[in-house]
Design a protein around this ligand. Structure first.
Ligand code: THU
Length: 138
């Protein structure tokens, strides 16, 4: 984390995304924000759908925003909710995180009460299936 970056700044942007979450069905709003490897900040919220299975989580929308802007590597990701229990990334998001984040990058869950817990990517998806494993065939 460089001088101008902070977890606090990520929390601020994750909360802004949270405020725009589209979660009329679950009412479970989530915001996420991440630093790309070159220090840019991206954020995203969960977007639900009347066809429930089409819902996309905040983490994956945040990562997709970065990819649109040309970024595919990250250092930190914050997941913000206003639940008493912190929200760790779901299984699908862990796989997408493993695609783009180094094993030692940090995932940080925070809530409105200031509660916080962090993990290294490798600990939330051990022995991940990663792009490197596809190289044998290319
Ligand atoms: N959700 C996220 O956005 N991120 C997570 O890590 C967990 C779940 C969303 C998906 C759905 O809109 C709502 O939370 C309830 O599952």
């Amino acid at each position: 984390m460089t001088k101008n970056q902070s977890i606090q700044e990520l929390v601020k942007y994750a909360k802004l995304a949270f405020d725009n979450a589209y979660a009329p069905y679950s009412k479970f709003r989530v915001g996420a924000a991440a630093y790309t490897a070159n220090g840019d900040l991206v954020h995203g919220c969960n977007v639900e759908n009347a066809s429930y299975g089409l819902t996309v989580c905040a983490e994956r929308n945040c990562i997709a925003q970065a990819v649109v802007a040309g970024h595919t590597t990250f250092s930190h990701l914050v997941v913000y909710t206003e639940q008493e229990n912190l929200t760790p990334p779901c299984g699908a998001c862990r796989q997408v995180i493993a695609e783009f984040f180094d094993a030692d990058a940090k995932i940080i869950a925070v809530n409105h009460l200031g509660k916080q817990k962090s993990w290294h990517v490798e600990s939330i998806l051990p022995d991940a299936f990663t792009p490197a494993l596809l190289n044998e065939n290319n």
